[in-house]
Design a protein around this ligand. Structure first.
Ligand code: UDP
Length: 327
């Protein structure tokens, strides 16, 4: 059985579907602080899952999962993810992301579970020295969120040397879109991400979409990001898991499309997908935003045989359908 921590959250739940579609039985562990019980109910209709409500900060919670179920590998998504919040409240991030991960890894070692796929982020690279970003780019995160993810990667390296815990770290670029059947989708409270925020302005009259800065050094002045579809991301996890099982070797991979879109381009695409006039304002820059981030994902293509199949338009379409189910 595979254990998914944070499986009631956005990316974890879409990955769960990918594994359920391939007939895996899953244990999902989530404290439901940011995940949703409705997501668990949707997953229960798709395949065989065992849901355990628990918190990684309590070692007994996670230990009891390994005692109860025959787990052979872990996909570790659980963690706080908001960059701005991490700057104002680093204590929350270090306690949850670092301590929670340490408890998980220690419990794995105690129960002789030695394979883990870890959700990392391109935020570990910090301000780009060059683009596209490859895995060898210097790592210099500029916020507490990115630092927690980098520290966890480093902990995993030490745990491999000392305890033979084998890990694949997937460094996500901007994950977007929803399940193609609209059973689950992106659902954060508060929502800070670009595409759901644009779409919220379609449904919620009082919401004007804000572009954070149009004075960046890019072709149209707005930030450029690499938007990777969540179902493509889920497939990357399955391939990473299979690669780990087969090779028993730790490694890390960027998961992105290798193509950057500006905030204005994303906004225009959303307007054309929804066929709506969306109110928009230019605001000042948001702190901590790099001008340009996009991936060199050739390593994932070469070793995992992964490549994205969906376009930005596909992602916006599924995100829009998902938002419709919620309004
Ligand atoms: N952004 C924006 N308005 C919003 C949300 C985001 O202009 O309501 C911009 C943000 O400044 C960044 C890009 O969209 O340049 C992607 O932001 P998001 O929060 O989706 O992901 P991040 O790149 O921060 O992980």
């Amino acid at each position: 059985m595979i254990l998914i921590t944070g499986g009631a959250g956005y990316i974890g739940s879409h990955c769960a579907i990918e594994f359920l579609n391939n007939d895996y039985e899953l244990v999902i562990f989530d404290n439901l602080e940011n995940g949703h019980i409705e997501t668990i109910r949707a997953l229960e209709k798709i395949g065989k899952i065992h849901f355990i409500k628990g918190d990684l900060r309590n070692i007994e919670d996670i230990d009891s999962v390994f005692k109860k179920f025959d787990i052979d590998s872990v996909l570790h998504f659980a963690g706080f993810i908001q960059v701005e919040e991490s700057v104002g409240n680093p204590s929350k991030y270090y306690k949850n992301n670092i301590l929670g991960s340490l408890n998980l890894f220690d419990s794995m070692i105690r129960h002789n579970v030695k394979n883990i796929v870890f959700s990392s982020t391109c935020a570990i690279y910090g301000e780009p020295k060059y683009t596209p970003l490859d895995e060898k780019h210097p790592k210099n995160p500029i916020n507490a969120y990115g630092r927690t993810k980098l520290m966890i990667e480093e902990i995993l390296e030490d745990y491999d040397k000392a305890y033979s815990l084998k890990s694949i770290k997937l460094r996500y670029f901007n994950v977007t879109g929803a399940d193609s059947q609209s059973r689950i989708g992106e659902w954060h409270d508060p929502e800070t991400h670009l595409i759901p925020n644009i779409l919220k302005s379609v449904f919620e009259e009082e919401k004007t979409f804000k572009i954070y800065g149009n004075d960046y050094d890019t072709f149209d002045g707005t930030c450029i990001r690499d938007y990777v579809n969540v179902e493509d991301m889920a497939r990357a996890h399955k391939l990473a898991y299979l690669y780990l099982k087969e090779n028993q070797k730790s490694d890390e991979f960027n998961i992105g499309t290798q193509k950057g879109y500006s905030v204005s381009e994303v906004f225009q695409t959303a307007k054309s997908v929804t066929q709506k006039e969306i109110p928009v304002l230019i605001e000042k820059r948001r702190s901590g935003d790099a001008a340009i981030l996009f991936a060199d994902a050739s390593k994932a293509k070469k070793l995992l045989n992964w490549q994205p199949l969906k376009t930005l338009e596909d992602s916006i379409k599924t995100a829009y359908l998902w938002e419709k189910t919620r309004h």
